[in-house]
Design a protein around this ligand. Structure first.
Ligand SMILES: Nc1ncnc2c1ncn2[C@@H]1O[C@H](COP(=O)(O)OP(=O)(O)OP(=O)(O)O)[C@@H](O)[C@H]1O
Ligand SMILES: Nc1ccn([C@H]2C[C@H](O)[C@@H](COP(=O)(O)O)O2)c(=O)n1
Ligand SMILES: [Mg+2]
Length: 191
């Protein structure tokens, strides 16, 4: 049974940055759904490359059958990990239903780490990111924020109703955010 922490928040809220620090210090393995999709997009012979690129540029969400298979494969190939930080997933109802269908009995959701951050700050972070992403532009970001507000935030609200959300305000410095994140993990370990 894989232990899983979902990491959600608007584009540019710092999910990847904070997950990297958690992985470095707390023994969890970071799996970014976006990174896995970008790798699949580039993979020689992938039948999904064009579809993935279209969704990424459009800020829309790839069908869960593709994304969940990549996540499950990565978890199964990660050896005996303490747990997995599943970054940027589930991002919509299709993701959530697909996860429930494919991963029930295989994964236990410990909690959802929600990095909340004002959208204008997030947009500036993405525009300044400098990683050459095809979706770090005004047009794509507009659509990504739209997707987050209308499709992803309802997923966070779903988990909130089940008492699983741990919100950390993320407009602050990385150090301040991470200090609160460590406390969240410490509190979970005590339960
Ligand atoms: N607390 C912070 N303060 C200032 N800059 C930050 C902070 N956290 C992350 N950044 C920077 O903002 C950019 C976006 O961060 P990151 O890639 O971690 O966000 P993300 O939530 O994973 O975004 P996406 O959903 O687009 O993948 C990066 O350039 C990162 O270095
Ligand atoms: N569950 C997911 C996660 C990501 N994607 C696609 C669409 C996103 O805009 C893009 C980039 O994700 P990020 O690296 O910003 O977390 O990847 C998806 O379709 N489904
Ligand atoms: Mg990211």
């Amino acid at each position: 049974m894989h232990n899983v922490v979902f990491v959600l928040g608007p584009p540019g809220s710092g999910k990847g940055t904070i997950c990297a620090k958690i992985q470095e210090n707390l023994g969890y393995v970071h799996l970014s759904a976006g990174d896995l999709l970008r790798a699949e997009r580039q993979r020689e012979g992938s039948e999904f490359g064009a579809l993935i690129e279209q969704h990424i540029r459009n800020g829309s969400i790839v069908p869960v059958e593709i994304t969940c298979a990549l996540l499950e494969n990565a978890m199964n190939n990660s050896g005996d990990a303490k747990g997995f930080l599943v970054d940027g997933f589930p991002r919509n109802e299709d993701n959530l239903q697909g996860w429930n269908k494919q991963m029930t009995g295989k994964a236990l959701i410990q909690f959802v780490l929600f990095l909340s951050c004002p959208v204008p700050i997030c947009i500036q972070r993405c525009l300044n990111r400098g990683q050459g992403r095809t979706d770090d532009n005004e047009e794509s970001l507009k659509k990504r924020v739209e997707t987050y507000n209308h499709q992803t935030f309802p997923i966070i609200e779903h988990f909130e109703k089940n008492g699983l959300v741990r919100e950390v305000k993320s407009e602050r410095s990385v150090e301040e955010i991470y200090a609160d994140v460590v406390e969240v993990f410490n509190q979970t370990a005590k339960v």
